[in-house]
Design a protein around this ligand. Sequence first.
Ligand code: ACO
Length: 333
Amino acid sequence: MKSYMMQGAKIISTGSAIPFAKVTNEQMSSIVETSDEWIFTRTGIKERRLLTESGKSISDLAIDASIKAIDDISMDPATIDLIILATSSPDDLFGSASKIQDKIGAINAVAFDLTAACSGFVIGLITASQFIFTGTYKNILVVGADALSKWVDWSDRSTCILFGDAAGAVIVQSCNSVFNSILNFHLSTAGNYSDYLSISYEENLQPHPTLNLCQGSFKYISMNGKEVYKFAVSQVPLSITKCLSDINLSTEDVDWLLLHQANERILMAVAEKLCISKDKIISNLSKYGNTSAASIPLALHEAVQSNKIYRNDILVIAGFGAGLTWGTVVMRW
Ligand code: ACO
């Protein structure tokens, strides 16, 4: 991280929202040929929440999570300067962040979407911190929200058992640089592996009769699970180690490891490679599955609510996923 910091940045509030409908592994086994035993031992997932309520969209979850974060500190939404919505499943391809701006009454905020799948929240948090470090903005709402249930093939047992729907939000505020809590970050992309995880757009074969133009639609999630697993377990520890060592910290200094909640085995393998005790892993994926961009802020909110994280704790957050993209943030809470 280059040091051009005029202001420090810190997370001052968190919020989350989950859909009402809970689907257990047993229930999944009535949809595809699978079992609780297979899913739990391979992934650590027991159940997930799905956005089944009629008329409810991912924007509604994102709005609920944002309102919780705002209300928790009795913040005036008119003081929010920027809203970043990290999502790969917006209900409007032109962006859904502006809906949040409207519904929470953030009348002075600019709002945009950011697409980076499961790394979206980390990249959103880093983007927010840059606006704060330069003194451009003071209060930024970063939301991670996804409803990948809308994009999985519910007859494909290798993917549909993994995902759940949720939203998580944080408010990042500027502070004196002495109190800065975003100590370092490291982001990477390997576009040559983009085929490992995608929701691709496919054109219909029939072109428009006069324009010769083809239109199409997005298909289902396609994933090479083994390659994604190998990528996460090899690259995420390297990213974390680099991010820590650049600021003269070691894995022994880490109090909490908060990884994208993709798979319990990935969480364990990354912690093991870093020699970080499994007691320091924040994990809630047994209850929610992989909620993509929402997974980190959702787990962070739960950890904060249960008073797990103390002031000055060193928290390492790492996201990874489609792109392929991955990244780490080291924070002093
Ligand atoms: N239930 C029962 N059997 C299953 C299921 C299921 N739900 N899914 C697959 N199988 C079968 C396969 O058909 C295969 O059977 P076969 O040997 O007869 O061919 C067998 O189980 C093994 O399948 P694999 O795909 O080899 O299973 P693997 O041990 O690799 O586990 C898993 C699959 C859990 C997906 C693993 O690869 C993984 O976790 N990868 C990481 C994926 C991930 O984290 N993705 C999200 C990234 S974040 C983002 O950006 C969205």
